[in-house]
Design a protein around this ligand. Structure first.
Ligand code: FE2
Length: 113
């Protein structure tokens, strides 16, 4: 079965959505496996939910965000725990960083959708 999935039809686009990388174990798993999975299945774009990827599994910080990006995440999605670490608000506001906050929060909340 997996061998058949590995064969990518010409012209096809593959997206891999990964959720929720939680804490250090989640980061370790992503770092180890996502580059292999992305290469093996010729994934074109991968989004990882990182809202609880900080070491203690609560919120996201610069370190865990960078680890997810290094693991091959082309973009990082989040949820209601995204604002726990103030240090990360700057990345959330930075248009050059492919990370988004939930769209269903008031306009004044830090971050972009
Ligand atoms: Fe959440």
């Amino acid at each position: 079965m997996l061998d058949k999935i590995a064969i990518k039809p010409t012209g096809a686009l593959r997206f891999l959505l990964v959720g929720d990388a939680v804490g250090t174990p989640g980061i370790n798993m992503c770092s180890k496996w996502l580059p292999r999975i992305k290469a093996a299945y010729q994934v074109d774009s991968m989004v990882v939910n990182g809202e609880n990827s900080a070491k203690d599994g609560k919120g996201i910080n610069n370190e865990s965000y960078q680890a997810l990006r290094a693991a091959g995440a082309d973009a990082v999605s989040t949820g209601n725990h995204v604002w726990r670490h103030n240090e990360f608000h700057q990345s959330l506001e930075n248009l050059a960083e492919p990370v988004v906050r939930p769209a269903n929060f008031p306009v004044g909340c830090p971050g972009k959708t």
